[in-house]
Design a protein around this ligand. Structure first.
Ligand code: DX5
Ligand code: ZN
Length: 227
C-alpha cells in the first residue's frame, strides 16, 4: 500500500449479499472500488453480530485491492492475530473498546498490519492525540456503529480538527456511516480521503447486475471531488 490523499471509495460488505461475499467483493472492485471495508461485530461492543476472522480469511482471495477490517469488538487484543493471519491489510480498533488502545495499536503493527483507530460520534478528536504517531488511519464514525443504513451524523468539525492535528503525517482520515453523494462533499471538504459506503454503493445492484455499483461509486467519488 502506498500513501496518497486522493479520494478512495471503500464499499462496506455489510450492505452486500451475505450468501455471496466473494463475488460481491469482486463485483464492486470491477466497478471501481478502491478498498473493501469489512465490518466485524461481536454482539457486545455493538448490538449486532456479523462474522469473524475465518470469514475474513475466506474472503481474502476474492479481494485484490485493500482489505480494510473494522473491528467493532471488545475485548480486541486476543483476536488481532487471527485477523492478521486472515490477511487484513488494515486493522482498525475503537478507542472506546478498552482501556489500552496504545497496546492494541502496538500489537496491530507488530503483526505487520497497518493500524487504524476509530472514534464513535460521542468521542472527541483529542482522544487519539497521543496515539497519532502509531496509526495509519483514523476512522471517524458518522453513525453510532452497529448497523448499516443509518442517518449521517455531521462530524465535519471533528474531521477538520483531526486533519489539522495530523498535518503532514501519512495518516488517512476515513469516514464511516451514512456516506452518499449528498454527504460525501461535506466530509471530503473537511479533510477526509477514505469514504466507506454500504447502502449507497450496493443499492440497486447485484452480482448478476453490477452496473449500478459502478454508477453509485462514481456518483460518490464525483460528489466528493467537487468539494
Ligand atoms: C456501521 C458500519 C459501517 C456501515 C456503513 O457500524 O461500521 O461500515 O456498514 O453503512 P452505511 O454506508 O449504509 O451507513
Ligand atoms: Zn465500518
Amino acid at each position: 500500500m502506498t500513501f496518497d490523499r486522493s479520494i478512495k471509495i471503500a464499499p462496506s460488505i455489510l450492505a452486500s449479499d451475505f450468501a455471496n461475499f466473494g463475488a460481491e467483493c469482486a463485483a464492486v472492485e470491477a466497478q471501481g472500488a478502491d478498498w473493501i471495508h469489512v465490518d466485524v461485530m461481536d454482539g457486545h461492543f455493538v448490538p449486532a453480530i456479523t462474522f469473524g476472522a475465518q470469514t475474513c480469511k475466506a474472503l481474502r482471495p476474492h479481494i485484490k485491492t485493500v482489505m480494510d477490517v473494522h473491528l467493532m469488538i471488545s475485548p480486541v487484543d486476543t483476536y488481532l492475530e487471527g485477523f492478521a493471519e486472515a490477511g487484513a491489510d488494515i486493522i482498525t480498533a475503537h478507542v472506546e473498546a478498552g482501556p489500552h488502545i496504545h497496546r492494541t495499536l502496538q500489537n496491530i503493527r507488530s503483526l505487520g498490519c497497518k493500524a487504524g483507530v476509530a472514534l464513535n460520534p460521542g468521542t472527541p478528536a483529542e482522544a487519539v492525540a497521543d496515539v497519532l504517531d502509531m496509526v495509519d488511519l483514523v476512522c471517524v464514525m458518522t453513525v453510532n456503529p452497529g448497523f448499516g443504513g443509518q442517518k449521517f451524523i455531521d462530524m465535519t468539525a471533528k474531521i477538520a480538527k483531526l486533519r489539522a492535528m495530523i498535518g503532514d503525517r501519512p495518516i488517512h482520515i476515513e469516514i464511516d456511516g451514512g456516506v452518499d453523494p449528498t454527504t460525501a462533499p461535506l466530509v471530503a471538504a473537511a479533510g477526509a480521503d477514505v469514504l466507506v459506503a454500504g447502502s449507497a454503493v450496493f443499492r440497486g445492484g447485484s452480482v448478476s447486475n453490477p452496473t449500478p455499483y459502478g454508477e453509485n461509486i462514481r456518483a460518490i467519488r464525483a460528489a466528493a471531488s467537487q468539494s
